[in-house]
Design a protein around this ligand. Structure first.
Ligand SMILES: Cc1cc2nc3c(=O)[nH]c(=O)nc-3n(C[C@H](O)[C@H](O)[C@H](O)COP(=O)(O)O)c2cc1C
Length: 187
């Protein structure tokens, strides 16, 4: 296996981070990997927002938990509570991918996913644990949505695509076991 394939095979979703902050060099390399992503028609309809402000991260987490707790369907909230009640797992850094509506409906999500995986793989290659965090979008769905967009400097007309939590793992983990039945070969 070459280094790229090893990075892909060892990336896993980390759900417990130490307090140790990330270095500037590492964060810069990860941000560069993010904006290296391809996008349909090279539209680059994303903004890579690197949030290092711990109190802001915790505020977004608290808002997300509040919104989940108030939902009629309590299953997501209970899922998080069963995992320890933390949406962001103590991560010292959160990358938010803000996205612009694309003219081809849904294309912005495809572009966003590719950036997100570039972030995850770049981080993994640098020994930085990470997890894609769809729940990070929760903070942008309630009363504080506009405030958070403002504080995170979202460009006009952008919405939250996804978050990626980054940091150092408290313990090593492993990715899911790939299901070989998910591959179809037509000969
Ligand atoms: C789009 C997307 C959103 C996700 N959102 C969350 C999340 O909010 N919280 C979380 O703990 N894991 C989240 N995950 C991680 C998945 O649960 C994880 O990738 C999956 O269980 C496979 O495990 P692995 O990444 O360790 O291989 C997300 C993954 C993806 C791709």
């Amino acid at each position: 296996m070459n280094e790229t394939l090893k990075t892909i095979a060892t990336r896993y979703s980390c759900r417990s981070f130490t307090d140790q902050p990330l270095g500037e060099k590492e964060l810069s390399a990860i941000a560069q990997a993010a904006i290296q992503a391809p996008s349909g028609m090279n539209r680059q309809g994303w903004q890579v927002i690197v949030v290092k402000d711990n109190s802001l991260i915790r505020e977004m987490e608290a808002e997300g938990m509040k919104i989940l707790s108030l939902m009629e369907d309590k299953s997501l909230y209970e899922h998080i509570m069963a995992r320890g009640g933390k949406l962001f797992y103590n991560a010292p850094c959160l990358i938010i991918l803000a996205i612009r509506e694309a003219s081809l409906e849904g294309a912005e999500w495809m572009d966003c996913g590719i950036v997100a995986q570039n972030v995850a793989l770049a981080a993994t290659s640098l020994g930085i644990a990470n997890v894609h965090c769809g729940f990070a979008t929760m903070a942008f769905t309630g009363d504080k949505a506009e405030e958070f967009k403002h504080r995170l400097k979202f460009p006009q007309g952008y919405k939250c695509g996804i978050g990626i939590l980054l940091g150092y793992a408290t313990e090593t983990g492993s990715p899911h076991v790939p299901n070989q039945e998910k591959i179809t070969v037509i000969e």
